[in-house]
Design a binder for this molecule. Structure first.
Ligand SMILES: Nc1ncnc2c1ncn2[C@@H]1O[C@H](COP(=O)(O)OP(=O)(O)OP(=O)(O)O)[C@@H](O)[C@H]1O
Ligand SMILES: NC(=O)c1ccc[n+]([C@@H]2O[C@H](COP(=O)(O)O)[C@@H](O)[C@H]2O)c1
Length: 626
């Protein structure tokens, strides 16, 4: 909240339905929440008919959330931690084990470090990793490193546990890319977290963590080979990141103080990235030549550092540029074909499952379902109950639930009913709106989203909408979203503004549509939030709080006034939580296919027999809950 604004008494939760694969109903409330589904555990996948595609999915988001929480709650001394390691598999050893950090048994002369936001990991990151591994000698080890602080971006709520999960999936894809004819991979992949935004401090954190052994015999420290793109190289030599400190009165000293130790233990393997912004290939090579000739000395550089920087080839001239930004847009528009070439296969499967699908019967079958009215699975019904209890428990903090919107599809309706049932006042009425439905896949409804994308005239890309039979476009969804905002939310917010206490509104809708609604809310109100919700787990929610600017001289009198003139300047939104799934901790799918089957309302779960104390105990022990 900025100092110049006051808090609105209204919160909106956007939440996605439970139980669907492609079109979950999310929830939106005066703190907005988006709800989605949990990944399967390996034991669950034994019963899953689609086990092939599940094979590299992380077991559950909960351990990643816990690892993050543990890391972030460490005293300030903890700069770096390996969350898990995927060991190289020789043809003699292939134990199936839960990922955990595995310290190298002996000295690793060289560690490749891929530092990225992994939002999401892309095929460009894969190419950089493969190329570095190809040119390295055994024992091959690569660290996928996620910094929870960025050199340029202000800290904000991020779905880091999703990033960690994607990194783990991506780690498997890296290993599999090296399997080749030998049928075993030869690379160990570590997935790690750091608090450090700068390369100099990242390298220090890794070197001093004690995780990678020091060679005492030869007094050798492991070399770290950082993979980055050209755009990052020029930032590394930008003096703005090295402000003078108390002891150093000039930038010159500060950059050298940071980068001399960095280059003594590390080198940079830089992939060229020609673009209008960063120049063509010749210009990028000329920049490095310039460093070697001392041209960066005037800003604090050192010519000798050039020997530690290697420029390597990137995409071929005829290949489309790949970036995380592009992959995020493909996610937002549900363009699974584009995702297929932007990210590796397991990452794509993970994104599709997490982002577009909740736990419904169609979800489990892997079918595109936007307007299709698929029912919740049993697992989805449990997720809905968990969410209801969770929101009710949070009511002292977020205010009583006053308004509950849902799409009119049964997977969202049932999620909304579970939320209403957990509220102290069971009289809460649920408003069903067709405008809150998932993207209409039209002629592609019911199609398997898991099959390999085959561009063909009968399967147009999802982002095209030239004829009525083609999937609903983002513009069409935006029209629905804006209608909902103007007809329902604005008046609600205005009505609430004079109330003396906070209240909460929940909107239960679907993954793709919620992304569009979220974007329209950000555009409609003055949002400080620059990130975007990438992957919403089923029943994962986004919480948004609205504020009224203090600069507004008087309360707007009616909706038109707000819509037409001043609302952009008087209402701000603040994103409090992104994809909150803490209510799903410990919830496991019932084995034997029961969890994935259609939910039968007549059948009581063990949880309902034993009540909330049992639920808590089972949550703690990660037991099966139904
Ligand atoms: N297509 C690419 N070619 C060369 N380097 C790349 C490419 N994509 C990413 N990188 C490099 O990989 C590192 C980590 O990438 P990052 O997570 O910033 O991905 P990104 O695609 O640039 O992200 P975004 O699109 O969100 O800005 C950076 O050093 C970046 O320069
Ligand atoms: N001087 C530096 O060491 C420096 C400068 C800019 C970015 N970075 C880091 O590079 C990585 C990639 O940055 P972006 O995700 O912003 O592209 C991040 O970890 C970021 O913190 C480091």
């Amino acid at each position: 909240m900025s100092g110049a604004s006051i808090k609105w008494p209204v919160r909106i939760d956007m939440s996605q339905d439970i139980g669907f694969d492609d079109g979950n109903p999310p929830l939106l409330a005066a703190s907005f929440s988006l709800l989605d589904v949990m990944p399967l555990s390996p034991s669950d996948s034994r019963n899953d008919p689609n086990i092939g595609m599940m094979k590299s999915r992380p077991t559950t988001l909960a351990p990643f959330g816990e690892a993050l929480a543990a890391f972030q709650s460490q005293p300030s001394g903890s700069l770096f931690r390996v969350v898990c390691s995927l060991p190289a598999k020789t043809n003699s050893v292939s134990p199936k084990q839960t990922p955990r950090p595995i310290r190298p048994a002996c000295f690793v002369p060289s560690l490749i470090v891929l530092d990225s936001s992994f939002n999401p990991p892309t095929m460009a990151h894969m190419r950089m990793a493969k190329s570095a591994l190809d040119s390295s000698a055994p024992p091959r080890r690569i660290l996928l490193l996620l910094a929870v602080n960025n050199a340029d971006k202000k800290a904000k709520p991020e779905p880091f546990e999703h990033r960690l999960a994607m990194m783990t999936v991506f780690a498997k894809d890296i290993q599999e890319s090296r399997t080749g004819a030998t049928r075993y991979d030869d690379v160990t992949v570590d997935v790690g977290l750091t608090t450090q935004p700068y390369f100099s401090s990242k390298a220090f954190a890794v070197a001093t963590s004690g995780f990678y052994p020091y060679n005492f015999g030869q007094k050798l420290e492991m070399e770290q080979v950082y993979l980055a793109g050209f755009d990052t190289l020029i930032r590394i030599f930008n003096p703005k990141y090295y402000p003078p400190d108390a002891d150093a009165h000039q930038n010159l000293t500060a950059m050298k103080a940071a980068l001399d130790p960095f280059f003594s233990r590390s080198r940079l393997r830089i992939t060229v990235r020609p673009s209008d912004e960063w120049g063509d290939l010749a210009e990028q090579h000329a920049y490095l030549d310039g460093l070697a000739k001392g041209e960066l000395d005037k800003v604090g550089g050192r010519a000798s550092w050039a020997a530690k920087v290697e420029l390597v080839e990137g995409r071929k001239p005829d290949e489309e540029p790949v970036s995380s930004t592009k992959a995020r847009s493909a996610c937002a528009s549900g363009d699974t074909e584009a995702l297929s070439w932007l990210v590796s296969s397991s990452v794509r499967d993970w994104i599709i499952r997490e982002n577009l699908h909740a736990e419904s019967v169609d979800n489990v079958a892997g079918l595109l379902a936007g307007f299709r009215d698929s029912n919740l699975s049993s697992h989805g019904a449990l997720q809905a109950q968990r969410l209801g209890a969770h929101l009710s428990m949070r009511s002292p903090e977020i205010g009583p639930l006053k308004h509950l919107f849902t799409s009119d599809l049964q997977r969202t309706r049932k999620t909304a009913e579970a939320i209403a049932a957990s509220q102290p006042s069971p009289k809460l009425s649920i408003i069903e709106l067709a405008d809150l439905r998932e993207r209409d896949f039209r002629s592609r409804e019911g199609e398997s989203y898991r099959k390999k994308a085959q561009p063909s005239p009968s399967l147009p890309p999802l982002n095209e909408c030239s004829v009525a039979a083609q999937p609903e476009s983002v513009e069409e969804m935006s029209t629905r979203a804006r209608r909902f905002i103007e007809r329902q939310l604005i008046s609600l917010i205005l009505d609430e503004v004079s109330a003396s206490s906070s209240s909460c509104t929940v909107v239960v809708s679907h993954g793709i549509f919620l992304g569009v609604l979220f974007a329209n809310l950000q555009a409609r109100f003055k949002s400080q939030f620059s990130g975007e919700p990438l992957a919403l787990a089923n029943t994962g929610y986004v919480e948004i709080v609205f504020y009224k600017s203090q600069t507004v001289p008087r309360r707007p009198r009616h909706l038109l006034e707000v819509a037409a003139s001043s609302s952009k300047h008087i209402i701000k939104l603040d994103v409090k939580l992104i994809n909150c799934t803490s209510h799903l901790n410990g919830l496991k799918r019932t084995r034997g296919g029961i969890g994935s089957a259609q939910h039968d309302e007549k059948q009581r779960t063990l949880e309902s027999f034993f009540g909330s104390n049992t639920k808590q105990r089972k949550t703690n022990s990660s037991d099966t809950t139904a």
